[in-house]
Design a protein around this ligand. Structure first.
Ligand SMILES: CC(=O)N[C@H]1[C@@H](OP(=O)(O)O)O[C@H](CO)[C@@H](O)[C@@H]1O
Ligand SMILES: [Mg+2]
Length: 615
């Protein structure tokens, strides 16, 4: 028996092709090879390589005689290191310390390629980011053909793939899943995965790992689009599939958002009276800085100042939307000279947006204008435009829905209800909000932390198109044009800080409102959020959009008993989907009361489940 030895630099194309390609292979020398028997895996712990053996029958045709030579080929490749930490796809993909993610990302590359095959060769997105988390972390998430989050049906498979204990079980898992899902692995179909990353230093090598994973599926190609914001990647994926623009790029994104922004500005009545002054944007030392710079130039927008764009500071360190929203303080690089100026903060991958102003002599404290208030501004504007456009005589009444989570400030929900809007709650995580928002003609969703967008149904867009051209009254025509421009400006795939920021700016200019006027829409109830480290956060099971704890038994009664002591008190606890903690949220009439309620409930969680309480 002939034995050959091939040392691969990685578990990659050559190896997996053998698995997934047709069992008969014609080699360039004119011989035919047929894989006869199963594979044998061997983990060589000294070299940290995995060895794989295939039994092959080689048929060589020569002058009408066929010689059959049994042989074996041994492959050796570095064992993808898998951390002992159990990874969970969670609400935002896999996130962990970047040093342990190489193998996970490789595997998710395979998954993304399979997803493309499953969806008939549609373009799938793969984003390397850990959003607002620290710079040494990283993560990976997958975007489906419509640019939305990976379908929830595939999450269990993503978990199993990421946690497969060794290459053998990984390959088995993939083979079983492909069979179950009827995914062709014989190279008869093409697959495309678009790869993007944020500015984290670990991003480049993780993109390489993802590419290796993608290429190990026969017929799959990975296209690297470099450093982009998370929403840009989702937008491009959607444009390539849904909008039939197979070559859609970042440039198209910039063109579309800037054109629709200009359109909204051009439609402002009595524009000259509406100067709203300067805007300063904190870009979390992340990818948003360079992208906003492009928009600033494209729009010739002199009234915007870009700060924390990453030249000096550390990503997300005392900067960015998450820090500003959770700690309610000004980000680094902002201070007393900025009092009275409208300020905004993006997060590290630019899918969250909050606004704020600095409190004079307030020791770095701010007036926060959070996702709930952005949602309220958008809802108000949409409602105004719709009321210009429709009246009760219209046979078609677009259904508007507003989607929030339990973290939405109670005052915002009350305000939205007063506007006559239909408000629905979902569990935390944009995939839930996004899904719910799709049920309406206009679905507006936001998390308090600043992630959100507005979704428009096809039916509504068709109706709007008709109104734009057939409406006789100029006022109505303009309202239709404004709504149309909003649908082009605001990202239809995911929450997007850059397009959200442009929409806020356009609406404030339209209304002629200062940020203070906007903030006066309603007054937030004081709130406090805490994190509790516990032994096992999955021991907490919630229901009713995460507002009630079902397990462990008894804890909900104790939380309720504490909450009722505080006027306008509201409190809930839930396990985080992205961190190993249980989160506590409390709201009450005064800040002291909210702090006290949150602290006592955190202690309760600690008593029931944990080891210690921390911020
Ligand atoms: C209280 C809070 O801000 N939770 C965030 C956070 O989820 P947790 O499941 O709470 O860790 O990260 C998610 C992903 O970015 C985001 O969707 C969500 O709103
Ligand atoms: Mg983010």
């Amino acid at each position: 028996m002939v034995s050959e030895f091939v040392r691969c630099t990685t578990l990659s194309k050559s190896l997996l092709n053998i698995f997934f390609s047709p069992r008969r292979v014609r080699t360039p020398e004119g011989t035919r090879e047929q894989i006869k028997s199963h594979t044998h895996f061997h983990q060589n712990n000294t070299t940290n390589h995995t060895e794989l053996e295939l039994q092959i029958q080689r048929r060589t045709n020569h002058e009408r005689t066929t010689t059959i030579t049994p042989c074996s080929i041994r492959f050796s490749f570095p064992t993808p290191t898998r951390s002992r930490i159990k990874l969970s796809y969670g609400t935002a993909g896999f996130r962990a310390d970047a040093s342990i993610l190489q193998s996970t990302v490789f595997r998710i590359g395979i998954l993304a390629a399979l997803r493309s095959l499953k969806t008939g060769g549609a373009v799938i997105g793969l984003m390397i980011t850990a959003s607002h988390n620290k710079v040494s972390d990283n993560g990976v998430k997958v975007a489906d053909p419509a640019g939305e989050m990976l379908t929830q049906d595939w999450e269990p498979f993503a978990d199993s793939v990421a946690n497969a204990p060794d290459p053998e079980s990984l390959i088995q898992l993939i083979a079983d899943f492909a069979k179950k899902e009827d995914i062709p692995l014989n190279g008869s179909k093409g697959a495309t995965v678009l790869l993007g990353r944020d500015t984290r230093p670990s991003g480049e090598s993780l993109v390489e790992a993802a590419k290796q994973g993608i290429c190990s599926v026969i017929g799959a190609v990975g296209i690297d689009i470099g450093v982009v914001t998370t929403p840009q990647l989702h937008w491009i994926v959607r444009a390539r599939n849904k909008d039939s623009k197979p070559s859609a790029s970042e440039l198209d994104y910039f063109d579309q958002v800037s054109t629709s922004f200009r359109c909204l500005i051009d439609l402002i009545p009595n524009k000259s009276q509406h100067g709203i002054g300067k805007l300063i944007v904190d870009c979390a030392n992340g990818v948003g800085g360079e992208k906003l710079q492009v928009l600033k130039q494209k729009l010739n927008w002199s009234d915007v100042e870009i700060r924390n764009s990453g030249e000096q500071g550390v990503l997300n360190e005392q900067v960015g939307a998450d820090y500003v929203q959770k700690d309610k303080v000004a980000p680094q690089g902002f201070g007393p000279p900025d009092v009275g100026v409208r300020c905004a903060s993006l997060d590290g991958d630019a899918d969250r947006l909050v606004y704020f102003t600095i409190i004079p002599n307030g020791n770095n404290r701010i007036n926060l204008v959070d996702g709930d208030k952005i949602l309220s501004l958008f809802a108000l504007f949409i409602k105004d435009q719709l009321s210009i456009l429709t009246d009760y005589t219209n046979e078609y009444q677009p259904r508007v829905g507003v989607v929030q989570t339990a973290y939405a400030n109670g005052a915002s929900t009350k305000y939205l209800n007063q506007l006559g809007l239909h408000v629905i709650f979902t569990p935390t995580g944009v995939k839930y909000l996004h899904e719910k928002a799709h049920e309406f003609d206009i679905g507006i969703y936001f998390e308090a932390n600043g992630h959100g967008t507005i979704l428009f149904s096809n039916r509504f867009l068709r109706w709007l198109e008709d109104k734009k051209s057939t409406e006789k009254s100029l006022e109505k025509q303009n309202a239709a044009m404004r709504l149309w421009a909003v649908s082009k400006l605001i990202n239809q795939a995911v929450g997007d800080a850059l397009s959200g920021l442009l929409l806020v700016e356009a609406i404030l200019q339209h209304m002629g409102w200062s940020v203070e006027k906007w903030n006066e829409l309603y007054h937030d109830l004081p709130s406090r959020q805490l994190k509790v480290k516990v032994a096992d956060r999955t021991a907490v099971v919630t229901t009713n959009a995460e507002t009630i704890v079902e397990k462990p038994p008894g804890i909900q009664e104790a939380i309720t008993a504490l909450t009722v002591k505080y006027p306008q008190g509201r409190c809930f606890v839930r396990p985080s989907g992205t961190e190993d903690v249980v989160r506590v949220y409390a709201e009450a009439r005064t800040q002291e009361a909210a702090d006290e309620l949150a602290t006592s409930v955190a202690k309760l969680v600690d008593q029931f489940l944990g080891f210690h309480v921390g911020m």
